[in-house]
Design a protein around this ligand. Sequence first.
Ligand code: NAD
Length: 480
Amino acid sequence: MDTFYVNGRWVRSHSTQQVVVTNPATEESLGQVTLGDVTDVEAVVDAARRAGPGWARTPVSERAALLRAIAAELTSCHEEIAQLETAEVGSPITLSRRAHAGSPIHFFASAADLIEQSKPDETIPGATVLREPYGVVGAITPWNYPLHQSAAKIAPALAAGNTVVYKPSEITPLGAYALTEAIDSVGLPPGVFNMVIGDGTTVGARIASHPDVDLVSFTGSTQAGIQVATAAAATVKKVSLELGGKSPAVILPDAPLQPAVQQALRSGFLNSGQTCMALTRILVDRARLAETETIVRDTVAGYVVGDPSAPGTDYGPLASKAQQERVQDYIRRGQQEGLRLLTGGPDRPATLSHGYYLPLTVFSDVPPHSALVTDEIFGPVLVIQPYESIQEAIDLANRTPYGLCAGVWGATRSEAVEVARQLQAGQVFIDGAGFNPGVPFGGYKRSGTGREYGRYGLEEFQQIKGLVFGADATSSASRR
Ligand code: NAD
């Protein structure tokens, strides 16, 4: 594939640099994709800039109808996209159907509803407050939930009247082509949506620094997010960052232990641990450490790691060889630190002869200064951190640079909520709650600055204008 989507047409890249996209379960090539360069960025930004005024003036009902048409198109190719994403990312097919192929349908349909329901003009004493699009939105997204993260930006950005320059991850570009084809099929005005493939430091960085890009919405690692914010700073554009996490699962002393531990494991290992919101640190009362370890061993022994396209598989491979090696290094580091390995290890399970697989790995009684507690590993590696008091649990939960999510399980709802209020995290799951795409999501601390999903996610793409009224010329004229 060597074309990008520019001004409503598929256009050949200026560059000839190619990357091979690999199926992480089979290690076989899925095809080659050409990476763009800064010339390609100029073309997509120019198209988006020129389409901006017309799209901003397009009635909300027309914009909403086009977004619903995209949702319908994505629905018609749901299974095809799910299969493609299982091949490209390595996620179990059930997860691909739900998240990779299912979420984008929800985001386009709900963006249409939200923009129709939102009140554009608000009257306050002496003024009217307008919500207007920013202009050109640069949407830069990662490989772990490629289409979920992409649609969560593209849909509300378009709904709010912005035009979009989309740069998906160069590691998982195939789904981005499928998403772009769905968008292309509904007949948006040329230039309203544009897609370019490229690496972060060339294409991503130029989108961030480009003077004609008005807002950059970035999802990815904290390290790259800092680079995006730095590149964007000279143009004083709005930067929305959805970054990494190292989220705690706080199981309070009298909470039902077995369901809480099992829910925490499911969250932590979801998508082989390659989930920003994963609860990767299990905090338990030291008095219940031994019981917790037994539950962990028994539960992990029942999970199936293997072929992601098989219906009974719980966890597939890591998404790339680089990711597999990075995670292996962390497991070895844990062993070198002398941490107690409860289950798993750094080697591919013996039952699997190829593919970027790793066993589900849990270390117990891990001290707070360990790199396995402080760093986002982004793989199937969890730690158990015992605490002596609820205050210590809260302190441990908050003791990382990240603040994306947390989970709290209590003996009572009010006890859990009381602890949740003290956690530095943008979203807290109480008593085993799962992902809810209508609830605002985003980071405290180095997990980010913006909010996505639902009304708050839409408002991220709207800027505020105040019309302040003096004496009305027509009414004073009529008094004369
Ligand atoms: P990454 O930061 O390496 O890359 C993300 C995207 O940014 C890619 O498209 C990449 O090409 C681009 N990029 C990289 N460097 C850039 C730069 N200097 N300028 C502009 N663009 C640049 O992240 P990844 O490895 O693809 O994804 C995993 C990370 O994403 C994890 O840290 C995970 O926690 C995070 N993530 C966060 C959320 C969230 O909502 N908070 C959701 C999913 C993933």
